[in-house]
Design a protein around this ligand. Structure first.
Ligand SMILES: Nc1ncnc2c1ncn2[C@@H]1O[C@H](COP(=O)(O)OP(=O)(O)O)[C@@H](O)[C@H]1O
Ligand SMILES: [Mg+2]
Length: 284
């Protein structure tokens, strides 16, 4: 079997209050995976991200990036290769213009000036914010700031991109634009980890879902496996995605044959209903 990009073994992290925010977390992440990290507030998602990105150093446990066993001296390997888009853009933005902001990471990598410039232009174009480059990021709207912070990470060209609750502060239009960016990154084969409370998004987007509860991973599987597992849903206070709930309800009431071809979008649902239910044929 292929080797994981990132191997996390028995990670512990404790904040000042003495309570373990990560309480023995082990997980392997493979190239190109689209992973959703779910679980209630305070379950340890952000702390996990900050540990695997090298912002924090774990109390105990091991992180192996490619063949590098991470320690205090080579932490920069994690910071360089695992980028994180913070939940709150204001905590990430530091420079006084968008251009300087997006160039900050590549400059810290000590890349030649031309390459920094090239990466900045590329990242701005990718996020469709080239017009903003001379503006102070702090005065942009929430959605624009989010795009700047994603450009920050794209300019670093990391192997893994982490998004910590990316849609939390976005209006529906910006959330949709963000999902388009995620799809674009996904189609390019980027390895991604996204924490979110949006179970419908997890169901349609992720290939794998990891569930945190009180600093531990309590489940790891396909979104379908996770969202069909009542015990896990209860323990982690998760709702079922609407599509799945509806499918299971119709099957339970014998209104739909359980083909196991679970629809993930309204489009797919309509098609299935149209094919199976004669008087709904017009939907197909
Ligand atoms: N800066 C901090 N100082 C002290 N405790 C913290 C800090 N950040 C998070 N915690 C605690 O660590 C636990 C995990 O939090 P966090 O990783 O932020 O969870 P999540 O991202 O899943 O909401 C919670 O109990 C939270 O209160
Ligand atoms: Mg968090």
């Amino acid at each position: 079997m292929e080797k994981p990009i990132l191997k996390v073994e028995d990670l512990y992290y404790v904040y000042g209050n003495g309570k373990a925010a990560l309480d023995g977390v082990s997980v392997d992440i493979y190239e190109g995976e689209k992973i959703a990290v779910i679980g209630s507030n305070g379950s340890g998602k952000s702390t996990f991200f900050l540990n695997i990105n090298g912002v924090f150093t774990p109390e105990q446990g091991k992180i192996i990036y490619r063949d590098i066993v991470v320690n205090k001296k080579n932490l920069k390997e994690l910071r360089k290769n695992i980028g994180i888009v913070f939940q709150d853009a204001d905590n990430q933005i530091i420079a006084s213009t968008v251009r300087a902001e997006v160039g900050f990471g590549p400059m810290n990598l000590k890349l030649p000036k031309e390459e920094v410039q090239e990466r900045v232009e590329e990242a701005l174009a990718y996020m469709n914010i080239s017009d903003f480059k001379d503006r102070p990021p702090h005065y942009l709207s929430g959605g624009e700031k989010k795009r700047v912070t994603i450009a920050d990470i794209i300019a670093m060209k990391p192997e893994i991109v982490i998004f910590d609750e990316p849609t939390a502060a976005l209006d529906p239009l910006n959330a949709m634009m963000l999902e388009e960016v995620l799809d674009k990154l996904g189609s390019e084969g980027k390895t991604m980890l996204i924490s979110t409370h949006d179970v419908d998004f997890v169901y349609r987007w992720a290939e794998r879902a990891i569930v945190f509860c009180q600093g531990k991973i309590i489940a790891d599987g396909t979104p379908l496996e996770i969202f069909k597992n009542r015990k896990v849903l209860k323990q982690a206070n998760l709702k079922q995605p609407a599509m799945l709930e509806m499918y299971e309800l119709l099957v339970e009431k014998h209104l739909l044959e359980d083909t196991k071809a679970y629809p993930k979008s309204t489009q797919e649902f309509k098609k299935m209903l149209g094919e199976q239910v004669s008087f709904l044929g017009a939907l197909a």
